[in-house]
Every structure is written in structure tokens, then in C-alpha cells.
Design a protein around this ligand. Structure first.
Ligand SMILES: [Zn+2]
Ligand SMILES: [Zn+2]
Ligand SMILES: [Zn+2]
Ligand SMILES: [Zn+2]
Length: 211
């Protein structure tokens, strides 16, 4: 590779962005607005922050065209205000997480072995365990049962849509697919909150401060 810097124009704000960030990390999103460009040609909007076990922060992007989700490492010069806002957004969304549960058909949770009724308040297709929030990779689109994988999906982070609805971002341990799923009315509030606040302790351990 030559030392000539490659650049791309941000699809949202038009900023001319170098494809190499600080520390020579290859970047795919704009450091100013955090948008990126999907392979399908549509913009990808940043919707949430996830913290990996090693403490690294990832930006979860959702394609505004085809709705695919991706996760990408943050860069040292990414806009910290936007990162913070996404990390704390779930906290600003008070919401009643409790309501009655309905019983009918059930499935066995791959995470904690609980027998989970399929019907749930607030969603047509329950696909995750209300206690540990673990799911299975069965759907391509919510409820279609068309995925062949069947892998175990762990909850990665929470995203809050513009209408205030909470979604859990699940990550498939078998194939790496990400998916966004509505929370159900009887999902464990403590598990949800733990997921929502996970980026905050990482702030202090220096994921951003070290930059
Ligand atoms: Zn931009
Ligand atoms: Zn797309
Ligand atoms: Zn479970
Ligand atoms: Zn999978």
C-alpha cells in the first residue's frame, strides 16, 4: 500500500473522511455524525452502543434501506457527544416494563432452561426468554422462522427507537448475525437495565478517556 490517504465523502453530512483513523484503524463510518454506507447503497444510521467483554466499544448500525444490522469498532476521533448520547439514551426513556403474562405454547430457553410461553404482552412474536433475554436464531424477519442457523443468541445491548420503543440487539453465537427485537411487557426489568447501563462503567475504565 502506498502512503496516499484514501478518503470517502460522508453520506449524511458530506464530510471528507480518511479511510484510516488514528492508530491506522480502517474505518467505515463518519467520525462527525457516525453514519456509514451499506453495501446495498443506503445509509446506515448509528442506533446503539455495545460493550464487548474486552471493554471495546462497538457502534451498532442499522441500514435505512434494507434494515440489516452491523457492529463496528469505534475510532479514536469519533464524536464523543454522539457516542455518549447513544450510551445513555435508554436511561432517559422511563417505561413501564411490567404487565400480565399470557400462557399458551412455550419454548425452552437455551440460556437458563426456563419454559417460556410464546405469547407475550406487547409483542406478536416472542423470540427471547423474559428472564435472561437469551434467544435463538430462528427468524430472518421477526416471526418468519426462516433462518436455518438455530444458534444461541445473546443480548448485546439496548437500542431506543425514535418513537421511544426499546429493542434488544441480539448477537448469534454461531453465525455472528445481529438482530433487533422488541422487548415484551414481562421481560425482566433488571436484565434490561443491566444491558442498558453496561456502557457507563466502561466510560471510567477508559475506553474513551485513553484516546
Ligand atoms: Zn458525517
Ligand atoms: Zn442495506
Ligand atoms: Zn432464559
Ligand atoms: Zn445464527
Amino acid at each position: 500500500m502506498s502512503s496516499i490517504l484514501e478518503t470517502f465523502d460522508c453520506v449524511r453530512c458530506g464530510l471528507s473522511v480518511s479511510t484510516r483513523g488514528p492508530s491506522d484503524i480502517r474505518r467505515n463510518h463518519c467520525p462527525s455524525c457516525l453514519y456509514s454506507l451499506h453495501d446495498c447503497g443506503a445509509r446506515m444510521a448509528p442506533i446503539s452502543i455495545a460493550v464487548l467483554r474486552n471493554g471495546d466499544w462497538m457502534v451498532i448500525h442499522r441500514c435505512t434501506g434494507c434494515a440489516e444490522l452491523t457492529s463496528n469498532p469505534i475510532c479514536g476521533d469519533d464524536n464523543q457527544l454522539i457516542l455518549m448520547r447513544m450510551a445513555v439514551r435508554p436511561l432517559a426513556q422511563p417505561r413501564s416494563l411490567w404487565s400480565r403474562s399470557v400462557t399458551s405454547d412455550s419454548f425452552r430457553c437455551a440460556g437458563c432452561r426456563l419454559d417460556v410461553p410464546l405469547a407475550a404482552p406487547g409483542t406478536a412474536h416472542r423470540n427471547h426468554c423474559p428472564t435472561c433475554l437469551t434467544s435463538r436464531h430462528l427468524d430472518v424477519r421477526p416471526g418468519d422462522r426462516r433462518a436455518d442457523c438455530g444458534g444461541r443468541m445473546t443480548p448485546l445491548t439496548i437500542s431506543v427507537r425514535s418513537d421511544g420503543e426499546w429493542q434488544i440487539i441480539h448477537h448469534c453465537l454461531s453465525c455472528g448475525t445481529l438482530s433487533a427485537n422488541r422487548i415484551a411487557g414481562d421481560d425482566n426489568a433488571l436484565s434490561l437495565l443491566r444491558l442498558a447501563v453496561r456502557p457507563l462503567p466502561a466510560l471510567r475504565t477508559g475506553a474513551l478517556l485513553a484516546l
